[in-house]
Design a protein around this ligand. Sequence first.
Ligand code: FE2
Length: 358
Amino acid sequence: MIFRQLFDPQSSTFSYLLGDESSREAVLIDPVLEQVRRDFAVIEDLGLRLLWSLDTHVHADHVTGARALQKRAGSQIAISRASGAQGADRYLEPEERVTFGTRYLRALATPGHTRGCLSFVLDDLSRVFTGDSLLIRSCGRTDFQEGSAVLLYKSVHQSLFCLPDSCLVYPGHDYRGLCTSSIGEEKRFNPRLGGARSVADFTGSMEHLGLPHPKKIDVAVPANLHCGALGTEGPATADPQWAPLSFSSAGIWEIDPRWLEENAASVQIVDVREPHEWHGPLGHICHAIAIPLGQLKERAAELAPDRPIVTVCRAGGRSAQATVILGHIGRGDCASLAGGMLRWCAEGLATEDARNDP
Ligand SMILES: [Fe+2]
């Protein structure tokens, strides 16, 4: 099976991509809106087809990426019926299976953090995705969203702690850098729910957590009650409009060579190779400006402020770095030529070579 644990540093949220090797069908658990571009790029890199985004619950600390992925990847949205969310393609009941290729996840009802919390256990019981019901050495809070400490204790003990000790626990969040645990570990070491702790011990501790109100709750909960639908997409999620760019899993905006050839006049082409390469066998693109990467920061002022920039190098590595450098000095309107001059030439696109240079 293909498995990737993804992280959103702003909300400390984990998302999980699971794919079936042979059919390439995949599911993504708890996507984060601000990471949808990245997640989609990873899905493309791995040659997967996203069937479902699954939310373990209505989150209070981030907006789900389910709706944005539906638009971008054509995936469907599933969440528990008990969540009360509107606009999903499928409302899951406890014990229902979500199939991808030859594999499936089984929904476990684990209410308590919210009324509609689900965990998802993999078909062979090797992994469980616990959302905020069971965190590593911790658990989700129970003081809002119809939370109940009594219910959470029951959920963890009756639905999660009866899984095999070897079953790996993948939580919805971690704030201390722990990524994975196991049922056996949490049964022994979870300071709230493990060992011999009773429901009274647990409810007593949960009443006195003294946690602040989540910063994003007023935005996140209404949006998540509609599976991530917001009135308008914010700057963090709206794509640049000046060209049909693609976002790589390395975090770089890239532009297709053929689009660039047809639209060269609308952008500034900056070739960041060294002078000997500019005059070398690959030649260079007509009307490109030569600024070696090492000089780019100092010479960026030579570039027109009102025309987007396309950076170019031999294979696409240095030009990617050039977009990072330009981004740091406020030029968000730039992209790297995908595949560099190697691909440009391989596609038979026009160049000027050194012999035509003055
Ligand atoms: Fe939560």
